[in-house]
Design a protein around this ligand. Structure first.
Ligand code: SF4
Length: 369
C-alpha cells in the first residue's frame, strides 16, 4: 500500500486477457444530465463545463451572438474584415498543438487548456475522477495482508522502499514467530533481521520494529493507539504510516501520500505541491472527509496498474478525458494494453490473501514467483 517503488513484480510481462477489453476501454464522458455529488454551489453541469472550457453548445451561442457585431463592423470599417480572418487561425492553434501532442479529447477542459481552471471546475473534475476510479476499481483495498492493527502497523513499516508483495511474502513467518508487541519487543535482533531481510534495509527496519513494539508494550498497554498524535511518536512511524493504520484498522479517514499518490495528483493538477504534508492538505480540501481513505486506495491502485511512473498507459486509461497529462505515456491502445499490470494485465495481485471481491489471482508465496 505504501511501497515507494515498483518492483520486478510490477515489471512482469503483461498477458492479454479478456479483462483487457474492459480495463482498457476509455469511459465515455457522462452526459449533461449526469447526477453529480457536488451540487452545493448550485451550478449546473453545463455551467461548470463552460468554466472548464467552451463546449460545442456554448461555442455556438457565442458565435451567434458575435455575428451581428461582426457584420456591423464589416459595414462600418471595411478593413475589419481581415481581423477575424487573422484571429481564427490563432484561436485554432492550441487545438492543433494539442492534437499534435496527442492530447485526449476534452483534455482542454480537463485542466489542460490555456485558460486557468476555476476552483469549482477543479473540485468537480477531481471528484469525477474519484467516481470513475471507483467504477474501475470497485475492489480497491489496502494491499498489505494483515489481520489486526499491530500486523498492519508492522507491515506498513516494512513496506518502505519495497513492494507490498514482498512484505506480504515476508510477514507470515514474522507474525507466526512474534504475534504480539510483547513477543516482538523481546525478539532476538539477529533472528528478527533474518526474518525481515527480504524487505531490504532490514537492520534499520528491525530497530524500528523492536522500538515500536517496546513502546506499545510500555506506553500503550500492548495496544496500537488509534490517534495520529500517538502513532507518530512510535519509532519508524511517520504521518504516512499513521494514516494507513488509522484509515484501515480504525476507520479514521485519512489520505496516504505515497509515491504513486504524489505522482498522480500532480499529473491531474490537483496540486503543484511537492511536500507530502502540503499535498495531503490540498487534496483533503478537494474531497469530503468520508472519501479520503478509499480515494487513497483508488489513486494508488491506478498508479500501480495503469498510470505508471515511467510509461503511463494513457491509451488504455479510463479517465483519459479528465486528465490534463494524457499523452505523457503510450497513447496507442494496443501498445498501452500491454503495459497494464496486476489484475488489469491478467497477472497476480500483491496480496497472498486478497479480499473475496478481488478479480485477480492471489500473489504467490515467497520463492514461488
Ligand atoms: S495513464 Fe495517462 S491519461 Fe491516464 S491518468 Fe495517467 S497520465 Fe492521465
Amino acid at each position: 500500500m505504501t511501497s515507494t517503488r515498483d518492483s520486478a513484480v510490477g515489471e512482469q510481462p503483461a498477458v492479454k486477457s479478456a479483462k483487457d477489453a474492459n480495463a482498457a476501454k476509455p469511459r465515455a464522458r457522462r452526459g449533461a444530465g449526469e447526477t453529480v455529488g457536488e451540487k452545493a454551489d448550485g451550478k449546473s453541469e453545463t455551467a461548470l463545463s463552460a468554466e472548464r472550457g467552451a463546449p460545442p453548445a456554448g461555442a455556438k451561442k457565442t458565435a451567434a451572438k458575435e455575428a451581428p457585431t461582426k457584420k456591423a463592423a464589416e459595414k462600418k470599417v471595411p478593413a475589419a474584415k481581415k481581423t477575424p480572418a487573422k484571429k481564427t487561425p490563432a484561436a485554432k492553434a492550441p487545438a492543433k498543438k494539442a492534437a499534435a501532442a496527442g492530447k485526449a479529447p476534452g483534455a482542454e477542459s480537463a485542466g489542460g487548456g490555456a485558460r486557468p481552471e476555476s476552483r469549482t471546475a477543479l473540485v468537480r473534475r477531481a471528484r469525477r475522477i474519484n467516481r470513475e476510479l471507483a467504477e474501475v476499481y470497485p475492489y480497491a483495498h489496502p494491499e498489505l495482508d494483515f489481520e489486526n492493527s499491530f500486523q498492519l502497523l508492522v507491515a506498513t513499516v516494512l513496506s518502505a522502499q519495497t513492494t507490498d508483495l514482498r512484505v506480504n511474502q515476508t510477514t507470515p513467518a514474522l507474525f507466526e514467530a512474534y504475534p504480539t508487541p510483547e513477543d516482538m519487543a523481546a525478539a532476538d535482533p539477529e533472528r528478527l533481521e533474518q526474518l525481515i531481510r527480504p524487505t531490504g534495509f532490514f537492520r534499520a527496519k528491525a530497530r524500528s520494529l523492536l522500538g515500536l513494539s517496546a513502546a506499545l508494550r510500555d506506553r500503550f498497554d500492548g495496544e496500537v493507539p488509534g490517534r495520529l498524535q500517538d502513532l507518530v511518536t512510535l519509532p519508524g512511524v511517520g504521518r504516512k504510516t499513521a494514516n494507513v493504520v488509522l484509515g484501515n484498522a480504525f476507520g479514521v479517514p485519512g489520505i496516504t501520500v505515497d509515491t504513486h499518490f504524489q505522482r498522480l495528483v500532480r499529473r491531474w493538477r490537483w496540486t503543484a505541491e511537492t511536500d507530502p504534508e502540503k499535498i495531503e492538505a490540498e487534496v483533503c480540501a478537494l474531497f469530503p472527509k468520508s472519501d479520503w481513505t478509499m480515494l487513497s486506495h483508488r489513486v494508488i491502485f491506478h498508479g500501480r496498474r495503469i498510470c505508471h511512473s515511467r510509461k503511463p498507459a494513457c491509451g488504455a486509461c479510463p479517465i483519459a478525458p479528465l486528465c490534463p497529462a494524457y499523452g505523457e505515456g503510450e497513447t496507442d491502445p494496443e501498445k498501452a494494453r500491454k503495459l497494464l499490470k496486476y489484475e488489469k494485465g491478467g497477472l497476480p495481485g500483491q496480496r497472498l490473501k486478497p479480499p473475496p471481491d478481488f478479480p485477480g489471482p492471489p500473489a504467490p508465496p515467497l520463492g514461488a514467483e
